[in-house]
Design a protein around this ligand. Structure first.
Ligand code: 8YV
Length: 320
């Protein structure tokens, strides 16, 4: 009997999926759930046939060059901008991701922060928990209604479309969007505009759903924030590096935009200190895909990719 492939998970995964992983492969778990250092990741590439990273593992060229053993990175997540795919390719490593299974969960979080900042729910809860609520008043914590407002989506992929669906059907919002490619079926009535700038100028809420890294780093910079309406909100559930966080703070302080709902940050887990003091900002700790159902489905997608790869078949979700 041939030995099972040796696999390492860089973080703790849902127990159900860890069990399947251990059944199928000779699997090393990370029960301590501590992020691995670049040195530990390099060592893992020399000891295991497959390494399964997450967004907390920066796998640049320094980590990826000349792995002695690993043949595949089974990324736990759809976004893979923490992996230098060119370096992976050069090192003969396949890379797979987990598209599709986290679409709804991530769009739900985008919707959550949209409603949170527009309706000032976090401000209300904070006031209440601090014992500062003295009773209902006609002018207390008046937010903004999403109904009839324009949602501008940047990146009309699976998650962008799921957000458009929610905002069109549940909130009666009008949808405009930018995507680098023509999108023939956005799923709901929506107008594709030619540039990011046009979307920013038209939108009452801008929601980011494009990949991070590469040319999207600081896609939303100071000049772009200045194109938004002073009454507009920005929502980011995609990747932190899409927004220049320092420029966002400046725009918020100057009242150039009305507020921001952020589930992701430029230097996670660090957060620009000034954001924490702002009442018109909703901050979540990268919860996009954080449901039991979704995280189990993400893990099972990695299992499927590794199973196909080690059976000599094409893994269903190869990205490099
Ligand atoms: C994941 C995500 O939790 O899949 C993604 O791209 O942003 C998150 O929902 C995280 O990236 C896991 O590695």
């Amino acid at each position: 009997m041939t030995a099972k492939p040796k696999v390492i998970l860089t973080r703790k995964w849902p127990a159900k999926v860890e069990a399947v992983m251990q059944e199928r492969f000779d699997t090393q778990l990370n029960t301590a759930d501590r992020a691995m250092s670049p040195g530990e990741l390099r060592a893992a590439l020399n000891l295991y046939d497959a390494v399964c990273p997450t967004v907390t593992d920066k796998m640049g060229a320094d980590v990826l060059e000349h792995p002695a053993r690993a043949k595949i990175l089974g990324n736990f997540g759809v976004g893979f901008n923490h992996i230098d795919t060119e370096a992976a390719r050069a090192a003969g490593l396949a890379v797979t991701n987990t598209p599709g299974v986290l679409t709804d969960a991530t769009a739900d979080i985008a919707l959550t922060v949209l409603l949170n900042v527009m309706r000032r729910t976090w401000e209300g809860e904070t006031m209440l928990r601090a014992g500062d609520w003295t009773g209902w008043r006609p002018t207390q914590l008046m937010g903004r209604s999403p109904q009839g407002k324009v949602l501008g989506i940047i990146g009309m992929g699976r998650i962008g479309k799921a957000m458009a669906k929610r905002c069109h059907h549940a909130l009666d919002m009008e949808i405009v969007f930018y995507d680098a490619f023509p999108v023939n079926d956005p799923g709901v009535p929506a107008t594709q505009l030619g540039t990011v700038d046009e979307v920013l100028a038209a939108a009452d809420v801008v929601s980011l759903h494009c990949p991070g890294g590469g040319e999207n780093i600081h896609l939303i910079n100071g000049a772009r924030l200045a194109r938004m309406k002073p009454s507009a909100f920005i929502v980011n559930s995609a990747r932190g590096d899409i927004i220049d966080e320092a420029a966002l703070v400046t725009a918020l302080q100057a009242g150039q935009i009305a507020g921001a709902g952020l589930d992701v940050f430029e230097r996670e887990p660090a957060i620009t200190e000034a954001l924490k003091g702002m009442a018109n900002v909703c901050l979540l700790p990268h919860l996009g895909s954080a449901t039991t159902e979704t995280r189990e489905a993400m893990g099972m997608t990695v299992v499927e990719n590794l199973t196909a790869f080690f059976a000599g078949e094409e893994p269903p979700n190869r990205v490099a």
